[in-house]
Design a protein around this ligand. Structure first.
Ligand code: 4AD
Ligand code: MG
Length: 430
């Protein structure tokens, strides 16, 4: 017989089926053996009846431990008591591999699960998250490709900082040193003169020493850069991208969201409502009404972002931050050079900044001045400054932290569960 997924077998509802997978639960008595089998699609209860089974098969099955791999043929029927409402009565059992006692059992510590991450990936929770993650990556590609963007790649070894020297990972590069990419940006801007609209999905590296539920040292970054578009159009893309991702997950991953016990009603407004766009100054006023007074010029911290997000049920775009809290490449606002055309998208429900972007400064002199203020060696930035010498055009872009978006969509407590093997200040193994 041809194997089918457990989900397809359940859909078939009755008759002969053949499935394969791993023993998820097992319970044995003198007369019956219940094996709950899982594959990537679902789980199903299978029953072996002693009276209908030869001794050899019965004895072989008796030795099965959790996570053993098996092939099962049998007859499926509805059974309200079974975990997914159906049961297969086994007529043929083929044992592919006897698992050793599986180290992961109930109620283990977070640390133990992290040490055994390679095994914990099989849990229903992680499987559901990984499926949603796959949808999110697919949706990002769809959004950009449907909107005329080319996929483009930057190097991961980079000689200069873009997002501040303090979070650079230094690597030995033969006899010299270089850094791991914090962002593709400085290597993306040169390419808009060739391709105009570009995007990427790539890892970014940040040596963030703080242990938080929002920071990884290696995360996946969806970035875009576009020529000719103005600040509002760049923000439109951020909003369009987030809407498209959430829409796709709600279409494709209802079962997974159920496993995660995610209240999907909280995600609906993101698809249907326009995201509020507020300036930094307006944000300060809103915070003041909440009893939080921040002196003008200070960056918004996590607590303040959370307070703001409490006021809305969709992501919000906060714009026009003070120049001195933002990166050197952000464009000064014409009417008010103390602020820049930079934007942070803050997710609802305390998931923080999911997108950071800006229109780019086009004036080479201003960029040089700000780099000098940061103590940078201008020589190293020569290739980047060339972008402002030969047909400079208005342009801009943003970066989206994919794990932050996944954490929010899945309703996770910690960003670590949004990526298969999280890298944090305290852990880079297994
Ligand atoms: O705000 P950031 O630093 O912006 C940039 O890197 C720009 N160069 C992007 C661009 O314009 N092309 O980072 C972008 C996003 C943040 O909004 C956040 O969602 C995510 O990347 N991010 C992290 N995610 C997980 N762990 C970390 N340590 C992160 N640091 C930033
Ligand atoms: Mg940022």
């Amino acid at each position: 017989m041809k194997f089918q997924s457990i989900q397809d077998a359940i859909k078939q509802e009755k008759g002969k089926v053949a499935i394969r997978g791993w023993v998820y639960r097992e319970r044995k008595s003198n007369q019956f053996m219940f094996l709950v089998v899982r594959d990537s699609s679902n789980i199903i209860q299978c029953v072996l009846k002693k009276e209908k089974t030869d001794d050899k098969t019965w004895e072989a099955a008796d030795k099965l431990l959790i996570e053993s791999s098996v092939e099962v043929e049998g007859t499926i029927k509805e059974d309200k008591r079974a975990p997914t409402g159906y049961e297969i009565e086994i007529s043929k059992l083929n044992i592919i591999h006897y698992a050793e006692p599986f180290p992961i059992t109930k109620d283990q510590s977070v640390e133990f699960l992290a040490d055994n991450r390679h095994l914990w990936l099989r849990s229903r929770k992680m499987t559901a998250i990984l499926k949603i993650r796959s949808t999110v990556f697919g949706a990002i590609h769809e959004y950009f490709r449907e909107n005329g963007f080319y996929e483009y790649q930057s190097p991961m070894f980079q000689s200069i900082q873009c997002e501040g020297g303090s979070t650079l990972f230094e690597v030995k590069y033969f006899q010299e040193k270089t850094y791991l990419a914090q962002t593709w940006q400085l290597y993306a801007e040169p390419a808009i003169f060739a391709l105009e609209k570009i995007y990427t999905i790539a890892p970014s590296f940040r040596a963030e020493k703080s242990k938080t539920s929002r920071h990884l040292t290696e995360y996946w970054h969806a970035e875009m850069e576009v020529a000719w578009e103005n600040f509002d159009e760049i923000i439109d893309h951020g909003e369009g991208l987030i809407k498209h991702i959430v829409k796709r997950v709600l279409e494709k991953n209802q079962e997974d969201l159920k496993i995660l016990e995610r209240d999907t009603k909280k995600l609906e407004p993101t698809i249907h409502k326009k995201f509020p766009r507020i300036t930094y100054d307006e944000a300060l006023k809103l915070l003041e009404k909440q009893g939080i007074k921040i002196p003008w010029g200070k960056d918004l911290r996590t607590v303040e972002e959370d307070k703001l997000s409490d006021l809305f049920d969709t992501p919000i775009a906060v714009t026009h931050y003070p120049k001195k809290v933002k990166a050197f490449y952000m464009k000064e606002e014409d009417k008010n050079p103390k602020v820049v055309r930079g934007v942070d998208f803050i997710a609802p429900e305390h998931y923080g900044e999911v997108i950071g972007g800006s229109e780019r400064e086009s004036d080479e002199k201003k960029i040089i001045q700000r780099l000098k203020e940061e103590g940078e060696n201008i020589e190293e930035y020569k290739f980047y400054l060339d972008t402002r010498k030969y047909g400079s055009v208005p342009h801009g872009g943003f970066g989206m932290g994919i794990e932050r978006v996944i954490s929010w969509i899945c309703g996770l407590d910690n960003i670590k569960d949004s990526i298969p093997f999280p890298r944090t200040p305290l852990r880079f193994k297994p």
